[in-house]
Write a protein of this length. Structure first.
Length: 202
């Protein structure tokens, strides 16, 4: 949140900037939590993706199992999420629950620097292809292949060069997922311009 607001380069001394960021942070967060599309960017999300238990409709199951998927906020960690789950489960009377982390669990992705030449090139390209766009850091809440590059560089930026409206967002990984012809053209224009602008950038 602070990095997002700091990207607006508020004028004044460091104290003024900090004060403005602190005051505006609550307002921005309140706005983000008001819609499903952005609510997931301010908290670690929880989704029960796999649940199994009984085998017959008139018999209570002796065991039940659930796989819970957490999208972890950068300020959280696998350990802090597990501790939170343990705390919640302890509050359930007579709960006999085993909690374990499945293989492949990953810590949240580290923040990418905003003062790197590669970010400068990215921001410049975005403004050239989408002139009315305000460029600011934003939390990507989907899994991408970018994590495979983490051992090579900290300058990893996830950006989708398309303009999406609410009807597009509800179709992601769902029924009738698609990209408009206009957005396809924007994507081609963006990557062509990014390649042109990238000479010499890290």
């Amino acid at each position: 949140m602070r990095r997002y607001l700091a990207a607006f380069r508020i004028k004044g001394g460091s104290g003024t900037t900090t004060l403005c960021v602190n005051l505006a942070g609550g307002l921005v967060k309140r706005q983000l939590v008001s819609t499903p599309a952005t609510n997931a960017t301010v908290r670690t999300t929880t989704a029960a993706t796999m649940i199994e238990g009984g085998v017959k409709e008139n018999v209570l199951p002796t065991n039940a199992r659930a796989v819970i998927n957490f999208r972890i906020l950068p300020d959280d960690s696998v350990d802090s999420v597990v501790e939170h789950v343990r705390h919640v489960v302890q509050g359930v009377h007579d709960a006999q629950v085993e909690i374990r982390v499945l293989p492949g669990a990953r810590e949240p992705t580290a923040d990418s620097p905003l003062d790197a030449p590669s970010f400068t090139v990215l921001a410049r390209t975005i403004r050239e292809v989408f002139p009315s766009t305000l460029v600011a850091p934003y939390l990507t809440i989907v899994g991408t292949d970018a994590r495979s590059y983490a051992p090579l560089t900290k300058n990893i930026y996830r950006f989708t060069p398309m303009i999406a409206d609410p009807s597009d967002l509800v179709r992601i990984h769902g029924t009738n997922e698609r990209m408009s012809v206009e957005n396809f053209e924007h994507a081609v224009q963006f990557f062509v311009q990014l390649i042109k602008n990238s000479g010499g950038a890290d």
